[in-house]
Structures are given as structure tokens and as C-alpha cells.
Write a protein that binds this ligand. Sequence first.
Ligand SMILES: C[S@@+](CC[C@H](N)C(=O)[O-])C[C@H]1O[C@@H](n2cnc3c(N)ncnc32)[C@H](O)[C@@H]1O
Length: 430
Amino acid sequence: MTPAAHAAAAIEVLADIETRHRPVASALKDWGSAHRFAGSGDRARIASLVYDALRRRSSLAWRMGAETPRALILGALAFVRQTPVDDLAAAFAASPHAPEPPTDAERAAIAAATLDGAPAHVRGDYPEWLDAGFARTFGDERAEEGAALAERAPLDLRVNAIKGDRPKAERALAHWKAAPTPLSPFGLRVPLTDDGRGPPVQSEPAHLKGLVEVQDEGSQLAALVAGAAPGMQVVDFCAGAGGKTLALAATMDNRGQIYAHDNDVRRLSPLHDRAERAGVRNMQVRAPRGEADVLADLVGRADLVLIDAPCTGAGTWRRNPDAKWRLKPAALEARIAEQDAVLAAAAPLVKPGGRLVYVTCSVLAEENEDRLAAFRAQFPAFRPVPAVEAAVSAGLPALGAFATSGGDALLLGPRRSGTDGFFVAVLTRG
Ligand SMILES: C[S@@+](CC[C@H](N)C(=O)[O-])C[C@H]1O[C@@H](n2cnc3c(N)ncnc32)[C@H](O)[C@@H]1O
């Protein structure tokens, strides 16, 4: 397929997403099934263009003066990919499966485009109803912070210390030009292609042998700040597929015990194979079993309980741009209720003197500081560890620069730390 045909396909996929309110992954999958001639490289290029358009949907629509799938894809090619409009016109004219060449009105929109005068939520490409929430966290810099969350995300890997060190992994992945990440001592960053595609990690020997896992640097840092150490009893209360479980286990060196729990048994299922591949031998999966309290024996026994709470994912919009446009106030309310519920359910597991670590991948204070305040009112025995102190004791003093204004937590994000957005608060039980 030609680049022009990729553009035509991306317009089709976006139209499917808009008209049938479909998640982007399903729309892309269906397009691939209906167009079997398209190879995996073509499908990846189409997906990358769709994601580029979705990340910047508001600002592209503002610049193009329209929010149609065609306007968004032309805008992504012109403003994200920086393709000159005459080159687009020539490419479209030369390909039989191309969109119509840019009209005079579209050319004029591209030539005149500016975001001057656009409101913060348009410049920052986040939903208008979240403007107050963004203003609360970021104040006058909310448009810039939103824009950083609308950039492409890098491909980060975590080197699994059970299987080898970072230089070993770097050598194994030299053909990808993987290089150390700035903040995590276990991170490697893999450059993407100009159009935003990464290499096939899952089939790479270093991945198959458990030497590396895909994990954003911010997620790695959240797990490191939690401070799991050899010999501890650790509960990963919202383990999901185990991204953080494996990171915690790597710092425990197979000594002590890590219990991976989630209230959704299906989410836990990949963890068995992942742990096997990673060489983790001190993990128990505590999946839900009907009404039984599967963590009853751990009450008051855990040195560390990590709550990687269900959240809106507002810190990971670089990777899931359609999620930000689909997010509605009711979903935020539902996540808040779940966050209060997991905090209340997990707190009794912490032993006196032990640590509770609350993490979200959101930048919204309603999911972060407000939840901690509500929790502390209900559980006064828990006291926050100042973020600077938590960073120093994790051996990551540089993270102190990302303390929240209250100083009780860390807030990471693409504009601050070059990572996804994560909120990390450490509390101790008195
Ligand atoms: C942010 S995800 C976890 C991601 C995972 N820790 C990782 O690093 O890959 C949040 C998880 O919380 C789980 N969850 C939601 N409510 C819960 C509850 N009441 N008890 C336990 N887990 C819950 C969800 O099923 C979801 O898997």
C-alpha cells in the first residue's frame, strides 16, 4: 500500500470509530480482517496515523476548522508529520486508493493554521469538562501539560534484575539502539520509527527469556518507590496482569513472598506465564473465589501493600488517546468510588510500622490527593512519608523534584519526568 492509501484507510477507520462509537483497537482489527491484502507493516502505519490524529483531535479540528475524519487525518499529516501540503496533493493524485487531493479550503486552513486564541483545553487536547480538574493540578500550565500528554509515548523496557543487568540487556538489544532511560536504573528506551512504530518486542529473544518487559519508565519508578526488599511480605492488591508485581518481585530477589491479588480473575491470568518467564519464584496469585476473603490470612501481616488503583488513566493518554475523548464524568465518579473501596479494603493488611503505597496513572487531584485525604480521615493511623524522603530511601533522590505542592506524594508526567503520568504516595501505619 502507498502512504496515500494508508491515509485513506486511516480516514475509514476514524469514521468507523466516530459513527459506531467503537474503541480504536476494535476498529483497527476489523479493518485488517476486511482488508486481508494489507500486511502487518501497512496495518501498523495505518494505526499509527489514526493514533496521531486522535492524540491531537481538538487542536487539529481547531486548526482545520472541521472535526471530520478527513480533516483530522489531513491535519495529522500536515501538523504532526509536517508533510508539506503540495507533497500530500502529489501523493494523493498519484495513488488510485487515495483520498481526494486537498481542496482550496483545506489548503487555506493548513496555511493559516494557528492555535492563537484557542482555549486551554483545545491547546492541551483534553476534554473541555476536565478543564477545572486540569487547572487544579497544573494551573496556568494546563495547556502545555495537556499537550505533553498528547505527544507520542516512547517505548520503554524494564530490565529484569533476576535475569541480568542493564548493560547485558543493552547489548542484547543493540540492534534496536536501546539506550538507558534517565531516571529508572532498570529502564531502556527504544527509538521509534519516524511514523511512531516500535519493533516487535514480544518475539524478541531478550523478551522471551524474561530479561526485559515492556513497562513505561514512570510505572517502573512507582514500583521502585514502593520499596519492596528481599524477605518482605508484599501484597500487590490491584495486580491486574502483573506489570508492577513483576517489578516488585525483581527487587525482592526471590526472597520473602509477594501476593498478587485482583478482584477480576481474568486480568490476573497472564501473570502466571509472565512470572514463569521472569524467573519469579516467590509469588502467589490470590485470585477471587466467590465470597471467600482470599486475603484473610494476611491481615496485619504485610510489610508493604501496593495499591495500583483503578483510575481514569488520564496519565496514559499518550498511549490510549481514544480513552480521553471517551471519558465521561460518570466514569470518573465510578473510579473514585472504587479507589475509596480498595484503600479501605487493603489498609487492614498492613502491619504496624508497614507501608501502604497508593498509585494511580492519573493526574487528577480528585483521584489522587482527595482520595488520600478521605482515606486518612477514615484511617488516622496512616501517616504520609514526605515524597522527598520516599525518593531518597528508594535510592532515587532525583525524583524529589517531582513532589506535589503539598509534598506528600510524587506526580510524574511527560512534561515533568518524561514518563507517563503517575501519582505515588507512601504512607506508614503507626
Ligand atoms: C491500574 S489496574 C492495575 C495494573 C497493574 N497493577 C499493572 O501494573 O499492570 C487496576 C486494577 O484494579 C483492579 N481492581 C478494581 N477494583 C478492585 C478491588 N476492589 N479489589 C482488587 N482489585 C480491584 C482492576 O481489576 C484492575 O486490574
